[in-house]
Structure formats: C-alpha cells, structure tokens
Design a protein around this ligand. Sequence first.
Ligand SMILES: [Zn+2]
Length: 281
Amino acid sequence: MREVFPTIQIGLISRLEKLSQDKVVFVLSKDSGMIDTHCHLENEAFDLDRESVIEDARDLGISIITSAIDKQLWNKGCEIAEAHSNVFASVGLDPTQFSECELAIEWIRSNKERLVAIGESGLDHYLIRDHKERELQESCFRSLIALAKEFELPIQVHSRSAGRKALEVLKSCDASDVHMHAFDGKSSLARTASRDLGFYFSIPPSVVRSPQKRKLVKAVHIERILIETDSPVLGPDKGARNVPANLPIALKEIASILRREEEEIREIVLENTLRLYTKIN
Ligand SMILES: [Zn+2]
C-alpha cells in the first residue's frame, strides 16, 4: 500500500506535524484513523450513554464531526466538541425549520470560530410539500450557502427527495466545498457533480442494505467519497440506533463494492476528508 500511494502517505505525515501543535487529532497519529464526517452526537438518543459512544469510536481511531441542526442543540454540539479531542462541530438548520433561518445565521456569525463546517442545511421535499414553503426553504438554503462561502467553511447538505434541485441551487450559488450527505438522488447526478463540480458525497453504513447507496459508491469520483454514520439513523440495521463506531462498516462495504483493499480506501477517504475539512488539518 505504501508503495502504491506514496503521495498520500507524504501528505498525511506533513499534516501530522502541523496537527500536533493544534487541537490534538489523535486519530491521525494512528494507522487506523478515519473520520465520521456527519452525525448527531447532541441528539437525545445519546443522552444516556454519550461518553461511552464517543469512547467506543475513539478506541477504533475514529474522529467525528457532529452536526447540530436545532436551535436548542447548537451550543450543546459545540460543547461536546470542545470537551473531546476527537470531536468537531458543525452547526446548521434542519431544512424543515426554515423559519428559524435568521436566528441560525446570527448564531453562526457569533460562534464561527467553534465550527469546522456549516450544516446541515438544504432541501427536504419529502417532508415539505407546499410550494410556498419550499420556496422559503430554498431561500434559507441559499443564505446558508452564502454564509459558508463568506467564512470559507464547507457546507453539509441535506437533500431528501430533492437531490437534483439541491445540486441546481448549489451550482447557481457557485458553491464550493460542498458535502452532500445521505444523498438519495440519481447516481448519474452524483457522478456529474463529483467529477465536474468537485462536490463530495458521504456514504453511511446503511450502504449494506441500500441498492441506491451502492450505486452511489460506484458513481462518485473516488477522490470525492467520504464516509459518515448520520447517527443515530442510517445504521446497518434498519430501525436500530446507529453509532459512530459503525463507521468501519461503511468503509468495508465501499472497499468491497469497488473491489479495492480496505486500507487503500481508508487512506483515500481520509485524504479526501482532510482536503475538504481544512480546519481539521
Ligand atoms: Zn444528518
């Protein structure tokens, strides 16, 4: 593996030197490091055992970006990140809560130093059916894209039943540093967005039971693949609580779909993640 990917190894080593002076990202000092690029540790599903959930991930060499998307949870998400060397925070807004957009923008403006990304933000055409409401939702999405561009932070995008539309909006806003999470749209759209626009797509552990996600793995440019758990949802077993420690399940499945070595895929995906999330590296 080392001989095959010398540039990746060199890249990681030079980052390690920088990291040791900054917030300790223990994961990158291990050969097994990986980053759960999107989950919800502040969710009440983890209120009873959050510390052990984070510890379990840590034992496996997993760092985590937690995305707080409800005004009640923004500060909680940041505090969890600040208390754990392997956790980073993103703040955004559940796309169904578009009426809170101004409040979210204000909060992010005054707390941007605490964040490695903005999001999730986006469109949910599954839950929002009304035309007028969809317009308001899109306008909030556009405002958060503009904010992410202003702060030069990646944006984590939710696009449930609205994959094509979300990509159109991002393109029309000239968005860069885009992370499409749990993308449920056509794989041909992901193919084009990852290759022509450089957008990143994260694959959750539910890839083991989702034909759509398996197609996505094959379609997305390999240098644009990330992994996520979206805990507490999108786990390998439908309905069961998902945890960041399930991240290797996604990695293993991606390697098997692409017929590559797991370690090779881990290195590529980690390199992709650090290329996008520049505040981590
Ligand atoms: Zn999510």
